[in-house]
Ligand binder design. Sequence first.
Ligand SMILES: [Zn+2]
Length: 59
Amino acid sequence: MKTIACKDMGMACDFVAKADTQEEVLMKLAEHGKEVHNMTDADMTPELKEMAIASIKEE
Ligand SMILES: [Zn+2]
């Protein structure tokens, strides 16, 4: 199981995205960002994606 904690992305938020694959966990984090943090596709920069990938933990 791969997880990304929203707070590791610099947000004051307790959400943790969990999925079996890297693609899926990134997708879940992106969906959460859009719903809760009003992020848009334009905010999903390659830098942000790299940061998210670096924040992935294995559980
Ligand atoms: Zn969040």
